[in-house]
Ligand binder design. Structure first.
Ligand code: SF4
Ligand code: SF4
Length: 540
């Protein structure tokens, strides 16, 4: 943890008393630990995005274009015309307050402008002023505000303190999705060159190399080769992981963190073991070497540009359908946007498992299946030989990652896999899981170091629920199916709930899977000693 990070005792002293100043006052203090640094000009230039320059949020002069106000208002008009949901969300909020205490950033910071209703009002007040008769005539009396530089700075501060998790939308009686308002807010800020480097650099990398980390094709191949060697050391089985192989039945796309970070890497070992064991005819691709999509956190246009490579590569390789790995924002884009943005993928077939012959009808349009759906189906049909005692060193709880749970309803499949690969599993409290899950506090491109205090505040509700099952049931691992979660939950738990590790669901699959021809396993996929089997299962 950074030296300036306050202690847990300090961070839990949250002041929820309403501020004395009016909410219409836009002034914000860019205090160290609460905001992200600006995008480097070289990355904006590379992407052809507006106004590349040196600046930082704490600067007085943000070096905006002279006509910045006209640009923003024209951008708002264009989006009000194009996105019916945006106009609807601007008009229909009745300020009932049902969403007010549902955002993890409000719960962790006590800042009223982190209430979803007030976050949306930051942009809605400008909408009223310039796009409604009442706002034009009555101004602040009806909650309308002029668009000023301070308002723009306030947008930047609070739209980069929203992880686009959509928890608030679950509780809104009108279904207002504040994440979509944040997406539009960030898009408008991008029009005048106000974005953060933790989002824009991965996007630029993705254009250059096909993945957010900027790994070149030979680096990608080296990583996969290394994983194949390591899996052989652990299991005694040599697997084949082909890359860019034309004519394979299935294209497998995963987040780049799976082959470059831990604990993601153990998930990759699990995939490789599984695919080998069932004899799946698949290929990886060095071109679409990342299914993740930080374009989602930049603009609709950027999301579309980054996503295009998935279908393009499926077409080039001539596969029948696509399988996707454990990743949150990757699946939000694949499930909700890919088909309309870059489809129809009528050159692909409706996915059918070559092992169980299950036809994945729900993927009839996208032609892409989630690895958890695929594996749960294998287990359901008894096609895997699983020794659950091999995960007896893990006492598991499951974190529903925001995008797979709320954006695509993938709630039961990961649990089904865990219950069939692990004997000790305990749920966190009901109002913190499934559709109501709490965000990790670092999603949507906020998982950097400079805003660590805000991440720890926003992640507190999640970590607090983990701490509860740790103390009550002895839980020692938090499973999840999101690459951002796997990167950001470890420091969060180290801070709030030490002693709990983070793992992908397919790490448990790889541990439990009894492979044909394997040697007696002495270690798990982490290289740690294999568990001594217990007698009784401990599901709860
Ligand atoms: S719950 Fe919906 S309608 Fe109520 S204040 Fe929040 S966004 Fe507005
Ligand atoms: S989408 Fe998530 S982070 Fe954003 S306002 Fe809603 S609850 Fe908060």
């Amino acid at each position: 943890m950074a030296e300036q990070t306050p202690s847990p005792e300090q961070l839990t002293q949250v002041d929820y008393r309403p501020k004395e100043k009016s909410w219409l006052d836009p002034h914000v203090e860019f205090r160290k630990g609460t905001y992200c640094y600006s995008a480097a000009p070289k990355n904006l230039k590379y992407l052809g995005l507006p106004n590349p320059r040196e600046w930082q949020p704490f600067d007085h002069d943000w070096k905006l274009p002279p006509d910045w106000k006209e640009i923003i208002l024209a951008g708002m008009k264009e989006r009000l015309d194009r996105y019916r949901s945006f106009r609807l969300f601007m008009d229909i909020c009745v300020r009932c307050g049902a969403c007010a205490d549902k955002c993890h950033f409000y719960l962790g910071s006590g800042d009223p402008k982190n209430m979803p209703v007030l976050r949306a009002e930051l942009i809605r007040s400008v909408y009223r002023r310039y796009f409604t008769p009442a706002g034009r005539l009555f101004g602040s009396a009806v909650g309308a505000r002029d668009l000023t530089v301070d308002v723009l700075k306030e947008w930047f501060y609070y739209f980069y303190q929203c992880t686009e998790c959509r928890r608030c939308s679950v509780f809104c009686p009108y279904g207002i999705d504040t994440a979509e308002i944040t997406m539009i807010g960030r898009e408008l800020l991008t029009l005048v060159g106000c974005n953060i480097n933790w989002v824009i650099e991965p996007v630029a990398n993705c254009f250059r190399t096909g993945n957010h980390l900027g790994i070149q094709p030979h680096g990608f191949k080296d990583s996969i080769d290394f994983a194949v060697d390591e899996l052989e050391e652990i299991t005694g089985v040599r697997v084949d992981a082909s890359i860019n192989r034309k004519g394979a039945e299935v294209l497998f796309v995963m987040p780049s963190a799976d082959y470059f970070g831990t604990p993601h890497y153990y998930t990759l070992l699990g995939y490789l073991a599984l695919f080998h064991e069932i004899g799946l005819d698949y290929t990886l691709t060095a071109f679409a070497s990342d299914g993740g999509n930080f374009g989602l956190f930049t603009s609709h246009e950027m999301m579309k540009r980054l996503n295009a490579k998935v279908y393009a590569e499926a077409k080039r390789l001539g596969v029948k359908w696509i399988l996707g790995g454990e990743c949150g924002h990757m699946w939000r884009v694949l499930h909700q946007y890919m088909d309309t943005m870059n489809g129809p993928a009528d050159f692909l077939e409706v996915p059918v498992s070559p092992i169980t012959h299950t036809r994945f009808e729900h993927a009839a349009s996208t032609r892409m299946v989630h690895i958890c759906e695929f594996t749960a189906d294998l287990i359901r049909h008894g096609r895997l030989n699983l020794d659950v005692s091999r995960n007896d060193h893990w006492n598991v709880t499951f974190h529903d990652s925001c995008n797979p749970s709320r954006a695509m309803g993938l709630i039961e499949e990961p649990r089904y896999i865990i219950r069939n690969t692990c004997r000790a599993f305990h749920e966190m409290p009901e109002n913190t899981i499934r559709e109501q899950t709490f965000c990790c506090g670092s999603g949507s491109g906020l998982g950097t170091d400079e805003n660590l205090e805000m991440r720890l505040r926003g992640g507190f509700p999640r970590a607090n629920a983990v701490r509860y099952v740790r103390d009550k049931h002895g839980v020692n691992v938090l499973a999840c199916i999101c690459a951002i979660d796997k990167a950001t939950l470890p420091p969060l738990l180290e801070y709030w709930s030490p002693g709990v590790e983070v793992a992908g669901v397919h790490e448990f699959v790889g541990n439990a899977l009894v492979m044909k021809g394997e040697r007696a396993r002495t270690t798990d996929l982490r290289g740690e000693p294999m568990a001594t089997p217990k007698e009784e299962p401990a599901h709860a």
